[in-house]
Design a protein around this ligand. Structure first.
Ligand SMILES: [Mg+2]
Length: 362
């Protein structure tokens, strides 16, 4: 038993390291919602979730007004019980992004406590499937970049030994997307994975049309072609193209993933630990995907997802977008295109508490 003595939550704005744009939005700052949990046996857990610029204060208010007080006096190691208690306490606003992000900040803090209490790293305690996971790079593929910049970025990624790169698509004319893609494919050759991401910007007919040139370019996956709510549209698209359809970053419940998997609407699952409500549901979704013989390539949150991808056997890739350098004291360890799962007890993120304090806004 590890009785919870104190819980706190606050919001920090962490600047992006470079401008990030896609077909529907720009990512200008990471609103980071932190939750700190202290137990009576003096274990401190830190958890977090995020938004890409809006809604962070709503998440913080939900935590402070309705959720955190429910944790005090409870056993921090009973994570399933606490997750359910909080979920049902706020059920009238679930399933939804704000609620999932609030639950994730608590759940990741509880996992930090659990791992520290057990003196185990997250990747091991959560499953222990592998010690390292391959990375693909997204930082060189934003939609505002010129074709020359895309080519340069992809060549640099290849030189660093990374096995994959991702490009944003969704230019007004399909031909422009096709030209940019072909230029990158020519530059990197056929022995490197090339993914594309439309960020839910297309209709089914448009996605079907563009999937043809994605096939020609040997694209490894077609990410979020349609709005995430449109499971049947994704199912039709998946059956009309040989390019695997990847979804997950805009999905907030494991049941929604079940619909995708059961209907064959997704070939790759990109479950995001913050948006699904924490590590507890993340693992359930990864195991659910495994039962369908589908791999997981989690969205964003590289610093946390390395450990989770290392925990499960069906992980495929982790997405390289460094975002926590300004508030941590140690870089993610990368060797020949693989990220090494951190080995110290806890989530394995070396927070710089003074730097976090400097970025605090609420
Ligand atoms: Mg995406």
């Amino acid at each position: 038993m590890s009785k919870i003595r104190r819980v706190d939550a606050y919001l920090c704005d962490i600047e992006v390291e470079r401008p990030r744009t896609d077909a529907i939005q720009a990512f200008l700052k990471q609103e980071t919602i932190f939750v700190e949990i202290e137990t009576e046996d003096a274990i401190n857990g830190i958890g977090y979730s995020y938004t890409i610029g809006t809604g962070g204060r709503a998440v913080l208010q939900l935590l402070k007004q309705d959720l955190l007080h429910l944790l005090v006096g409870e056993d921090a190691c009973q994570i399933e019980a606490l997750w359910q208690k909080l979920f049902w306490a706020t059920h009238a606003t679930a399933v939804g992004a704000i609620t999932s992000l609030a639950l994730a900040a608590v759940d990741t803090a509880l996992w930090d406590v659990r791992c520290k209490a057990a003196r185990q790293p997250l990747w091991l305690l959560a499953g222990g499937a592998k010690k390292k996971v391959p990375l693909y790079d997204t930082e060189g593929g934003w939609l505002h970049l010129s074709t020359e910049e895309l080519v340069q970025g992809a060549i640099e990624s290849k030189k660093r030994g990374w096995p994959g790169v991702k490009l944003k698509i969704g230019k007004p004319y399909a031909e422009e997307d096709a030209e940019r893609l072909q230029a990158v494919r020519q530059a990197i050759g056929s022995r490197m994975h090339l993914m594309v991401d439309a960020n839910q910007s297309m209709t089914y007919p448009e996605a079907k049309r563009r999937a043809r040139f994605l096939e020609e370019a040997g694209v490894f996956w077609f990410e979020e072609p349609l709005p995430a709510e449109d499971v049947s549209g994704h199912a039709r698209l998946a059956s009309s193209t040989s390019v695997p359809i990847a979804v997950g970053e805009s999905i907030y419940s494991s049941s929604h993933f079940r619909e995708y998997l059961a209907t064959g609407a997704a070939g790759i699952i990109q479950v995001d630990a913050a948006r699904i409500g924490g590590i507890t549901p993340w693992l359930k979704v990864a195991h659910l995907a495994e039962s369908f013989n589908v791999q997981v390539a989690p969205h964003f949150l590289m610093e946390l997802h390395i450990s989770l991808a290392a925990a499960v056997p069906n992980s495929l890739y982790v997405e390289h977008i460094p975002q926590l350098r300004a508030v941590t004291t140690r870089e993610v360890q990368i060797e020949e295109g693989y990220a090494l799962a951190p080995n110290e007890p806890g989530l394995g993120i070396a927070w710089d508490m003074q730097a976090i304090e400097r970025t605090r806004v609420a």
